[in-house]
Design a protein around this ligand. Structure first.
Ligand code: SF4
Ligand code: SF4
Length: 108
């Protein structure tokens, strides 16, 4: 047997459907664009990386607010807590059923 260290050990098989939620979350994160400064403090805290700046064309302002890709959000509330504690309290957690009824969206 070789004493040489193997730096290229096997890695796990990747999922065929990466980024898909297993079940519908109870809560959905919704950014209040009027309160959001676009500081992006919340962005690195999201465990599924589903917070992004709003498309520049929508408002044509230098620093746009952020938005949540609702079909990826798992409702963990971290972003809302971060925003409330560190910045502007711009993220509301809304019961998913209410969110779907209000916006006519199926969050998957
Ligand atoms: S931390 Fe709050 S204010 Fe800053 S980008 Fe996120 S939602 Fe907007
Ligand atoms: S609730 Fe959790 S998963 Fe959803 S956007 Fe906020 S940090 Fe990301």
């Amino acid at each position: 047997m070789s004493n040489q260290y193997d730096h290229f050990k096997t890695v796990p098989e990747t999922s065929e459907e990466p980024g898909k939620k297993k079940k519908k979350p109870k809560l959905m994160a919704v950014v209040d664009e009027d309160n959001c400064t676009g500081c992006q403090v919340c962005v690195p805290f999201c465990p599924v990386d589903c917070i992004e700046p709003v498309n520049y064309e929508k408002y044509e302002i230098p620093i746009p607010p952020v938005q949540v890709r609702f079909n990826e959000c798992i409702g963990c509330q971290i972003c809302a807590k971060v925003c409330t504690k560190l910045t502007w309290d711009a993220i509301r957690m809304i019961p998913t059923k209410e969110f779907e009824d209000e916006y006519g969206i199926d969050v998957g």
